[in-house]
Every structure is written in C-alpha cells, then in structure tokens.
Ligand binder design. Structure first.
Ligand code: 13P
Length: 256
C-alpha cells in the first residue's frame, strides 16, 4: 500500500524539512511500514536531497513533482530524471492536473515524461482524471484513454516498468471534500480491471482532497492514497498510516 503526499508549492523550505522530519519520526515507531505500507513525500525540487537524507533511515520514499522529457542537454530550467534518480528519488509525478492546466502539458508530453521516468529507473505516478463531475462510465473511459496515451511512448520503446496510476478527478482537486466513496470505488475498480492485463506492474491510488478517514472507506478498491492539503498537519499523515496499518492487520487476520 502506498501513502504519500505532494507538498506542491505550499511550504517554505524550512517547513518542508520540519514536516518531513515529523513524518519520519512518526514512521520510525509505526507498525505500517512492517505491515507493507510505503510512505512517500514529494517536496519541491531543492528539498529533495534533504528529504532523502531524513527519509531513508525510516523508509520514507521521496518523489519529484515533475521531470524533463530529455535526460541531458540544452533545456534551461528543466530537471532531468537522471538527476532525480541520482539524488535518490524513487517516484516522479507525471501529468498532474495542475501541470496540464497551468503549464500546457499535452498527452504527448506526458507520454514522453513517463518514458523518461522509466528510462531512469523512477516509478512514474501517472496522474489521470476526468474534468467534470458526472457519469462514472465516462470518467473511466477518459482515464483509460489518458493511461493508454501516457504509457504509449515507453511501451513503444519496450519499457514496461512499475507504474502507479493516481486517479485524481480534476473537480475533486483543491475542493472542500473528496469525490464520493461510490464514485472512487467504481472508477478505481474499473481502472484496476483495465490494468490487470497490462504488461507493467501497476497500482492505482486515489487523490483529490483526500484526508483522514477516506482510506478506510475505499481500501478494497485502491492500493493507496495520494494526499495534498489535508496532510499538511503531519498528525493527519500519521492518522492515515494508522488506518492503513489497521486495514492490513484486518486482512492478515482474514487470511489466517
Ligand atoms: O492534487 C492532489 C495531490 O496530487 C490533491 O491535492 P488536494 O488534496 O490538496 O486537493
């Protein structure tokens, strides 16, 4: 199970490190990692090395919010996947709704970035989601289209690495509350079913105004949760780790 948070551009550098230290302290004594939970933090680029240093002793993985389509060369302002890997990143977000909407990332750019991630041994967190609240079948169709498009360039190059699909309905990002449990459940199950025959190793997580309490309600349909604002208090992150540990313990009990 994956439990992670993107800090987007909310925090100062000092607050990013303080947040990461607090989460690392929680993880150090928590039962969730041993039960099979991978926690991750996605800070702004400059904080990555410090977060790797804070996180690695307790298994807190680090990701980046974006990467370049190229690995090296004259691309001013871009950040190479090779460098992210060199710094100890394990994950990298690709195609987040904010990058698509505010920075004009097209499906082709997203596909090139997924390929760049895989080429450099990073696990892409491929963000997909429908624009408007509405019909579930239409949401699934749009997400499947985005997933297939995002994986196309890597597949064409014969790369079938591990990927994480982050289902983030655009209308639920930055909202007062997440999408409804029934909606998340239905869409994530459909995406899992679609990905069951994919050549990649895949997981599906939910993001979009997620916070404490949600994982417990959707745990059978997802492989984790992707947090934003509602994890700004490290204790909320800890509460979600508690939920994950309880869910995994209950599953173990069932298989006994
Ligand atoms: O976009 C998100 C995570 O990537 C979700 O952000 P919020 O939870 O703040 O809506």
């Amino acid at each position: 199970m994956l439990i992670g948070s993107s800090l987007k551009m909310y925090f100062s550098h000092a607050r990013t490190l303080a947040w990461t230290r607090e989460v690392a302290d929680i993880l150090a004594t928590h039962s969730a990692p041993a039960a099979g939970v991978t926690a991750f933090v996605i800070p702004q680029y400059p904080a990555i090395p410090a977060c790797v240093e804070i996180g690695s002793p307790v298994g807190l993985a680090v990701g980046a919010q974006d990467l370049a389509t190229h690995d090296e060369g004259p691309y001013t302002g871009e950040v190479s996947g090779a460098v992210l890997a060199e710094l100890g990143c394990r994950f990298v977000e690709v195609g987040h709704a904010e990058r698509r909407r505010l920075y004009g990332e097209t499906d082709d750019v997203v596909a090139a970035k997924v390929f760049a991630a895989e080429r450099n041994g990073l696990v892409p967190l491929v963000c997909v989601g429908e624009a408007e609240r509405g019909d579930r079948a239409a949401a699934v169709a749009e997400c499947v289209r985005q997933i297939e498009s995002a994986l196309a360039a890597a597949r064409a190059a014969g790369r079938y690495g591990e990927i994480v699909v982050a289902y983030e309905p655009l209308w639920a990002i930055g909202a007062p509350e997440p999408a409804g449990v029934d909606h998340i459940d239905a869409v994530c199950r459909a995406l899992r079913a679609h990905l069951a025959s994919a050549p990649e190793q895949t997981r599906v997580i939910y993001g979009g105004s997620a916070g404490p309490g949600l994982l417990t309600e959707i745990a059978d349909a997802v492989d984790g949760i992707f947090l934003g604002r509602f994890a700004h208090d490290p204790r909320a992150f800890g509460a979600i780790l508690d939920e994950a540990a309880e869910i995994l313990a209950a599953r173990q009990e069932e298989t006994r």
